[in-house]
Design a binder for this molecule. Structure first.
Ligand SMILES: Nc1nc2c(ncn2[C@@H]2O[C@H](COP(=O)(O)OP(=O)(O)OP(=O)(O)O)[C@@H](O)[C@H]2O)c(=O)[nH]1
Ligand SMILES: [Mg+2]
Length: 668
């Protein structure tokens, strides 16, 4: 591109932020520029927190920050707020705005907002391969001179344009202010700005750009969350200043018939449409490809539900049958049972002639024979298979389509289709999914989803172990388990939606195109998730086993079993040994499920007991990590309320099902 007409005033770069709409390729570009992998998926809302990496530009080391996708700098959801707060608090020296070249209008809206901040920036027109396929041609030179900033076309997944992007970094410039607002709107901004304490203005505007105007606009949009950001910038905000600002906002808003933020949005949108109209040309006729057809089909009831059922069936075959049975058998019976465990036992017996230590490592509650065998022979193959399958779903673009199909059902629980994403991600890992609840719009929805994740969504490791338990039993066990879990989920969701105040927000989600997944990305993602998983799970498995071992040695395990006897053996109708599965289940639900899996494998559980065990362990608390993440996201009080409810509820439902089965009211 021609940037001769741009000033070459080099900007000293220290911190660079990647900003843009959701799902436009920011994280892929981040990976290219820093060499650090962060999750890339084909649905909006993949990144919910900032990631940081390093990059060299013009001989200077810079920090590059990847941010969650936004629709606007005036945020609606929590993940969008992360990006706004980063711009305000960390004041990056330059912004790389990434847009989808197929949908430039939407991206330019953010460019217009950034222009008001006067931030030096570069505009990246990514996904230009898809734009070309659709016959969209963009005159980048003209766009660069209209905006007064460097513009580069890229195809992030192939690396096209990345070298050019690096070259342009020192040439970043603040865009020419290009939106004209109504005079009264400008006056309103001025009025609020002048009401701000002097210290604010000085601090906010001392860097490269004009943030006090931005704060004024946010205050006028009645976005109270800005106070939280301001409190982090200014440790002391005098009550007086806050009141003064709030009074000024009320006074100004009184004079407007329409909300100011709608007026500014309209002006920006108009300008974005104007610019994109001037520089975009659509050549050739649009042909709908097989991918577009499949994408459209999968969102219609017919054949959408058929496609989704087919996908679920494939997942069952791959994760539940191939991984949880075939692979686990090879690893558990073969590798660990016949080779590793006997070998390690021999070595330990040779090297450690102390029976206590020997038992600790290779006994029935041995760190190797129990914890590592469960973690590596049982859980590891299952999680790997799930992550692989899940990666394909994410990157092909099927996930948001599932959200559309399930939107109607989710309404019963006071949720919209957006909540499908965290719930499905929960099947991978409830802890990661709890973080993703940030993409939801209201607090009510976040609490309901956190509750349902804690209660009813088993993670992949647990799911695999459970599918393994069901295999070989009557289909009725499977049907009863799934019916109880899903119906209680809807009942609890419905109850919570009535009980928790607030309204369901409308379902607005962008549906990305169906894309052929890139195997390299999927493998990187699976690897990153497995590493994360092992780091999370193995220490907990070791800790749980160690606690069991010690309690057994000091006789505490026997006491706990006796105390739990009325509940576990009488009320739930399970074996005494099941208490152990619940104890380790407190640390990790998947480990608890593995405990039941091994009992079932050895023929210690009858079909009734398998069914009850499955139901209780599914509805049980997920794991310590998820518990802490929920505290972080939703606060201690809400988390304790959720935990108390989930524990009581899971056992009550298990007891009820046990009773129904015992009295033959339901027959297996
Ligand atoms: N065809 C094509 N696909 C791309 C390109 N860049 C990214 N993708 C795909 O677009 C999807 C989204 O990429 P991400 O990097 O996760 O997008 P993001 O902007 O970080 O998304 P959020 O974190 O959700 O805001 C992935 O499936 C990528 O493989 C491109 O230039 N061409
Ligand atoms: Mg991202």
């Amino acid at each position: 591109m021609n940037i001769a007409n741009l000033s070459t005033n080099a900007v000293k770069t220290g911190k660079i932020a990647l900003v843009g709409n959701p799902n436009v390729g920011k994280s892929v570009i981040f990976g290219f520029l820093t060499g650090r992998y962060v999750t890339v998926s084909n649905f909006p809302g993949t990144t919910v927190d900032v990631s940081r990496g390093q990059l060299w530009s013009g001989g200077q080391k810079c920090e590059l920050v990847d941010t969650p996708g936004i629709l606007s700098l005036y945020p609606r959801s929590e993940d969008e707020r992360v990006t706004r707060d980063l711009l305000l608090r960390e004041a990056p020296d330059l912004v790389i705005q990434v847009t989808d070249a197929k949908n430039l209008k939407r991206g330019l809206l953010i460019t217009m907002e950034l222009a008001d901040l006067h931030i030096p920036m570069i505009l990246v027109l990514n996904m230009s391969d898809e734009a070309r396929e659709r016959g969209i041609e963009i005159d980048t030179n003209r766009l660069a001179s209209t905006l007064g900033i460097p513009v580069v076309e890229t195809v992030a997944v192939t690396g096209e344009g990345m070298a050019e992007l690096r070259r342009l970094l020192p040439l970043a410039k603040a865009p020419l202010a290009s939106v004209r607002y109504l005079r009264e709107v400008e006056a309103a901004f001025d009025r609020i700005q002048t009401q701000m304490p002097e210290a604010w203005q000085k601090n906010l505007d001392s860097k490269l750009y004009a943030k006090s105007r931005f704060v004024a606009e946010t205050l006028l949009a009645n976005d109270e969350s800005i106070w939280h950001t301001l409190e982090r910038i200014f440790p002391v905000i005098e009550e007086n200043s806050r009141l003064k600002a709030q009074t000024a906002v009320h006074a100004v808003l009184k004079d407007f018939l329409r909300p100011i933020h709608i007026l500014t949005l309209n002006s920006r949108q108009q300008r974005a449409i104007e610019i994109s109209g001037e520089i975009t040309q659509i050549t050739g006729k649009l042909k709908s490809s097989w991918a577009q057809k499949l994408g459209a089909w999968s969102m219609r009831p017919w054949p959408g539900y058929l496609i989704m059922s087919g996908i679920l069936y494939l997942m069952y075959e791959f994760v539940g049958v191939f991984a949880a049975q075939t692979l686990v058998k090879i690893l558990e019976d073969g590798l660990f049972g016949k080779i590793l465990n006997p070998a390690v036992t021999k070595i330990v017996e040779l090297l450690l002639p102390v029976p206590f230590l020997q038992e600790m490592i290779v006994g029935p509650y041995g760190l190797f024979t129990m914890a590592l065998t469960y973690a590596l022979a049982l859980i590891f193959p299952i999680v790997s298979a799930f992550f692989l399958f899940f990666g394909l779903m994410e990157d092909s673009g099927m996930l948001p389509r599932l959200a559309v199909m399930l939107d109607r059902m989710f309404r019963v629980m006071g949720l919209n289709g957006k909540a499908v994403l965290p719930m499905i991600l929960g099947l991978g890992c409830d802890t990661m999914a709890t973080l993703t609840t940030r993409v939801l719009d209201s607090k009510k929805e976040k609490i309901i989803v956190a509750l349902l994740l804690t209660l009813s969504v088993p993670c992949s490791a647990q799911l695999g172990a459970m599918l393994g338990m069901i295999a070989g039993l009557s289909w009725k066990v499977f049907a009863l388990w799934i019916t109880v879990v899903i119906s209680t989920m809807f009942a609890v969701g419905y109850g919570a939606s009535k009980f928790i105040p607030g309204a369901r927000s409308p379902f607005l989600m962008e549906i990305p195109p169906i894309r052929i997944p890139q195997i390299s990305n999927i493998l990187k993602k699976v690897r990153a998730r497995l590493v994360w998983y092992l780091k999370e799970a193995v220490p907990m498995f070791l800790l749980g086993t160690f606690l069991l071992f010690i309690s057994d040695k000091i006789g505490l395990l026997g006491i706990i079993k006796t105390i739990a006897n009325p509940l576990v053996v009488h009320f739930l109708g399970l074996t005494e040994k099941s208490t152990e599965a619940f104890i380790i289940g407190f640390l990790r639900r998947d480990y608890g499920a593995a405990g039941f899996f091994v009992q079932a494998q050895n023929g210690f559980l009858n079909p009734r007991q398998v069914t009850v065990a499955l139901i209780v362990i599914t509805l049980f608390m997920p794991c310590i990590a998820q518990f802490f993440v929920t505290i972080k996201e939703r606060g201690l009080k809400t988390t304790l309320a959720i935990a108390g409810f989930v524990m009581t509820f899971s056992i009550a439902v298990g007891g009820l099902v046990n009773w129904l089965l015992k009295t033959d009211l339901i027959q297996l």
